[in-house]
Design a protein around this ligand. Structure first.
Ligand SMILES: [Zn+2]
Length: 247
């Protein structure tokens, strides 16, 4: 089985009230959390999980506390941490289509893109609380040529040692990405876990459109993963390959 090396890539940050991500826990405490992508390689393939934001000013309309330094621009950060040019990236897996997770898709011209079909469909018909986060320009057929999209219907192996599992709750078609690493199985959770407390303390993330499914997704991750990279966990270090232990 192929072993993957996976690194955290910071592509921005968000200032917010801690409780926004931990279902009322930490109310009144202002924190700054990173926006994470992940870069992964098995020595042959170059894979990105999520692509960060598209445009800072646009994203501030949905999330006023968002910030991005020049070195946190997705292509700059990918080059710095992984040493890859945008055209080197073979595969982009989007956990979901919120605009801080697929915003820079259009910059990876040679990639194949993997998304759950149900997420693609949900993104064009959002519920009110999620509507500001679905910015069509990030994922429509101009952003990514139709023939580069791979629409998945359920759990799937993408490459040896790399698979996706459906983890609905934060969005209807959300998926998480599992890598076999030398330390065990790492789950890049997207926003089904904004932070590790979501999984380890059973606390809902910021946006939940399906409540029971959220808790089922937590269970599913606990069953398969030793470590997680949550979408916005502040305890992870930029460029590091060491992540949060699943309790
Ligand atoms: Zn999200």
């Amino acid at each position: 089985m192929n072993k993957w090396i996976v690194k955290a890539i910071q592509v921005g940050s968000i200032q917010l009230d801690r409780s926004a991500m931990t279902h009322y826990k930490g109310k009144g405490e202002q924190i700054t959390v990173p926006i994470w992508c992940a870069g992964a390689t098995d020595g042959k393939h170059k894979v990105l999980v999520d692509t960060g934001i598209r445009d800072l000013i646009e994203y501030q309309k949905a999330e006023p506390g968002v910030r991005q330094t020049p070195e946190q621009d997705t292509t700059v950060a990918v080059k710095q941490i992984m040493g890859w040019e945008p055209d080197d990236v073979d595969i982009v897996i989007n956990t979901h289509l919120h605009c801080d997770h697929c915003g820079s898709n259009s910059k990876f011209k040679n990639s194949k893109f993997y998304i759950q079909k149900s997420e693609w469909e949900a993104a064009f018909a959002p519920y009110a609380p999620e509507a500001p986060f679905y910015d069509e320009i990030c994922f429509n057929k101009q952003a990514v040529n139709y023939f580069q999209w791979n629409f998945l219907e359920g759990d799937a192996e993408i490459l040896p040692g790399l698979r996706v599992i459906t983890t609905p709750g934060h969005t209807r078609g959300h998926q998480s990405v599992l890598f076999n690493t030398e330390h065990g199985v790492l789950c890049v959770t997207g926003d089904i876990c904004n932070v590790a407390d979501n999984l380890n303390e059973n606390l809902e993330p910021n946006i939940v459109v399906m409540v029971p499914e959220t808790y089922e997704s937590f269970k599913k991750i606990r069953q398969v993963a030793h470590y997680i990279l949550p979408g916005h966990e502040p305890a992870v270090i930029n460029g590091s390959d060491s992540f949060i232990t699943v309790l």
